[in-house]
Design a protein around this ligand. Structure first.
Ligand code: NAP
Length: 282
């Protein structure tokens, strides 16, 4: 799971650790992550929790994280792309990508593709992508996506587009995986009181205040835990969940031509080639 050191991810890690999962957390800050792992172990009684350090802003770190995982593990039952952020101002990563899009969409796209082979070999495995109800307000302009230097704008606009892109990716991935025993689903965790509201730019004080009335991280983690572990969703793929129930997403998220073009562009932008993944590129 990415981003298991804080908020919804940390609460999901506690829940999954209580169920006996062997967890590998991909986090960017080693000392914060070590402290979180101690807490997860203390709350769950499970000490099978490993750490891979990676900054998901950077494609080279995403590749390094996947390589590190593959060098020590031959099985992966569930990949949870949970890490997410919201940069209030525009700037680009070293890969020439707007930063919110880089963390929230391109990192999950790249990491998932790099790990698809092991997910398929493991069998009856699952990809769980943490999206947001915020995608409803978004439209994806692929000409912007293609011009990497001008990828979207920033702030809530980029956040909503990244979450729409993640849903389009989840549905397209589920189509690519038809006939295989790997599922791909996504979810909205609800409005949850976490650190993410500290990155809302000028809206930060208002969002912090509003967050007092939001769900706890533990409640926000329920749908992640459900999709990662429940037998009820074995074989269910290409769906979006809220409160552990399948619900529809925006009209645009079901545009298969858009999803397929987004996939092709994302392969190019993340420099994924046939050697990276025999599942996606047979
Ligand atoms: N809270 C809500 O109401 C809400 C609503 C809808 C969707 N979501 C989604 O839920 C997910 C979890 O967010 P949260 O609310 O739990 O917020 P959070 O407490 O801020 O957690 C976000 C996690 O992502 C990690 N992360 C951010 N940038 C990263 C990077 N460059 N490299 C590696 N890890 C990075 C953070 O690490 P650090 O601790 O090092 O920053 C943290 O572990 C996100 O995808 C978010 O978009 C949240």
């Amino acid at each position: 799971m990415t981003g298991g050191n804080s908020g919804i991810g940390r609460a999901a890690a506690v829940g999954l650790a209580k169920l006996g999962a062997n967890l590998v957390l991909v986090c960017r800050n080693e000392s914060k992550a070590r402290a979180a792992i101690e807490e997860i172990t203390r709350k769950s009684g499970n000490n099978s929790i490993e750490l891979i350090t990676a900054d998901l802003l950077l494609q080279r770190d995403v590749r390094k994280a996947a390589a590190q995982f593959l060098s020590t593990h031959s099985r992966l039952s569930v990949l949870i792309n949970n890490a997410g952020t919201n940069f209030p101002s525009y700037s680009e990563t070293e890969d020439g990508i707007e930063r919110t899009m880089a963390v929230n969409y391109f990192a999950p796209f790249l990491l998932t593709n790099l790990l698809l082979d092991v997910l398929e070999k493991t069998g009856h495995s699952r990809v769980v992508n943490v999206s947001s109800v915020g995608h409803f307000s978004a439209h994806l302009a692929l000409d912007n996506l293609a011009r990497e230097k001008r990828m979207g704008t920033y702030g809530i606009g980029a956040y909503s587009r990244s979450k729409l892109a993640l849903i389009l990716f989840t549905y397209e991935l589920a189509r690519h995986l038809q006939g295989k025993t790997v599922s791909a689903n996504c979810l909205h965790p609800g409005a949850v009181r976490t650190n993410i509201w500290s990155h809302a730019g000028t809206m930060t004080p208002i969002m912090r205040l509003a967050s007092l009335f939001m769900k706890s991280a533990r409640d926000g983690a329920r749908t992640i835990i459900y999709l990662a572990s429940s037998p009820e969703v074995e074989g269910v793929s290409g769906k979006y969940f809220d409160n552990c129930r399948q619900v529809p997403t925006s009209e645009e998220s079901y545009n298969e031509s858009l999803a397929s073009r987004l996939w092709e562009m994302s392969l190019r932008i993340t420099h994924l080639g046939p050697a990276d993944n025999p599942v996606v590129n047979p």
